[in-house]
Design a protein around this ligand. Structure first.
Ligand code: SF4
Length: 393
């Protein structure tokens, strides 16, 4: 959940109450203004529309397809009509842009807002982001489990020792030792800073393995994810190498296609992943013979065949030391070794990627269901881990 200040500096309403305002980036229009202006609105110029809570969103047809941000109104916190609008927009209309709650939004509403598909909240002038985040964290962990979309897991359910846990840890460690020995000075752990990556970094640090640690800073990560970089330095004394996309590539892409282009088509999503992830990944792997990642077999059907090691498309050795671990194994290790992890995992985010492309999942939903959730293709991958040929044993 993102929080924006009461006076959103990014949005500008048209002046003079024009019926059909001239296009400008990040305009905030009324529905009537958008109806009048949408035909002439150039593609790639982002637009936000404020909807009254009396509007029947199912009657709007394709009018909202090109809207990047819908601002739904809560005139009083007791008036919940915008919840229904949000739910219909997500489930029936298929709206893929951002949904913002504005008006008399109080912190108790945050879990329900998440559950109904909101991405962000416009804070009142008397509310601070720090308070809102604290409240969200509190509710996610302690209250209203029946209404939150967050599958708050009891720690004992999420983290428990299953038979063979110690052997799996030992096997992973042996694999890491072998990998470090086979590729001295030329091996890297590519971590997304998710919990699996944190476990591997802990194993590397705990056993003093000569393996570099690197991440892709796509420019669209959650603040909670980025906060793990200094946390790793502080806890383990490891400097995480950051590989960011080329600024000009990002700037051109956003100017041409808008900030939420990835939700418009699979092609644009792949184009965004190509410039924010695949290109920096090529640089991350440059000069390296081997890499380590945290994919596990039970994360998705697409990952069910992940081996312990293989050769990637470029002939590098690729290691998956946690391939055979379960979710319970990962969280048991975290608990036993007090590994730092992303607090979003406690708020229903089993898999965490870029902020615009990750949402919390509902109880029972697939591990990867919160990634690019608007796409029909169940694979939900970005191309970083396309599967190569297995190594000879
Ligand atoms: S995950 Fe989303 S924001 Fe991140 S690179 Fe891919 S499309 Fe772009």
């Amino acid at each position: 959940m993102q929080f924006v200040p009461a006076q959103d500096p990014l949005l500008r309403s048209p002046t003079g109450g024009e019926a059909a305002p001239s296009p400008h980036a990040n305009a905030l229009l009324t529905l009537a203004q958008w109806q009048a202006a949408c035909d002439g609105w150039p593609r790639g110029v982002p637009v936000a529309v404020a909807l009254e809570n009396t509007v029947d969103v199912t009657a709007l047809g394709t009018l909202l397809e090109r809207v990047d941000l819908l601002v739904l109104q809560f005139p009083k916190w007791t008036d919940g009509r915008a919840y229904s609008q949000a739910r219909l927009l997500r489930s029936r209309v298929g709206y893929r842009g951002r949904l913002r709650a504005a008006g008399d939004v109080i912190v108790d509403m945050l879990p329900l807002l998440q559950r109904n598909g909101f991405d962000e909240v416009q804070l009142r002038a008397d509310q601070s982001e720090a308070q809102a985040r604290k409240a969200l964290h509190y509710f996610a962990g302690h209250y209203q489990d029946d209404v939150t979309r967050t599958p708050v897991k009891d720690d004992a359910v999420r983290a428990h020792r299953t038979p063979g846990f110690e052997q799996r840890v030992a096997q992973s460690l042996q694999l890491l030792h072998q990998a470090a020995q086979a590729h001295p000075g030329r091996i890297v752990q590519a971590t997304s800073l998710g919990v699996e990556g944190m476990v591997i970094t802990d194993l590397i640090a705990r056993h003093g393995l000569p393996v570099a640690v690197a991440t892709l800073d796509t420019g669209a990560l959650h603040a909670e994810t980025l906060a793990l970089i200094p946390a790793i330095a502080q806890r383990y004394g490891i400097r995480v190498e950051r590989f960011a996309p080329r600024p000009l590539d990002v700037q051109r892409f956003v100017q041409e296609h808008g900030p939420l282009a990835m939700r418009r088509s699979v092609e644009l999503r792949h184009a965004c992943c190509a410039l924010r992830k695949l290109e920096p990944m090529r640089r991350l792997l440059q000069g390296r013979d081997a890499w380590i990642t945290g994919l596990r077999r039970d994360q998705s059907e697409h990952r069910a065949q992940v081996p312990l090691h293989e050769t990637d498309h470029d002939g590098r050795a690729k290691y998956y030391p946690l391939a055979h671990w379960s979710d319970a194994d990962v969280w048991h290790y975290v608990r036993v070794h007090e590994v730092p992890y992303n607090p979003l995992h406690d708020q229903g985010f089993p898999s965490i990627g870029c902020q615009p492309c990750t949402r919390a999942v509902a109880p029972g939903e697939d591990f990867r269901a919160g990634r690019w959730w608007w796409e029909q293709d169940g694979r939900r991958e970005c191309g970083l881990h396309s599967r190569p040929q297995p190594l000879a044993a």
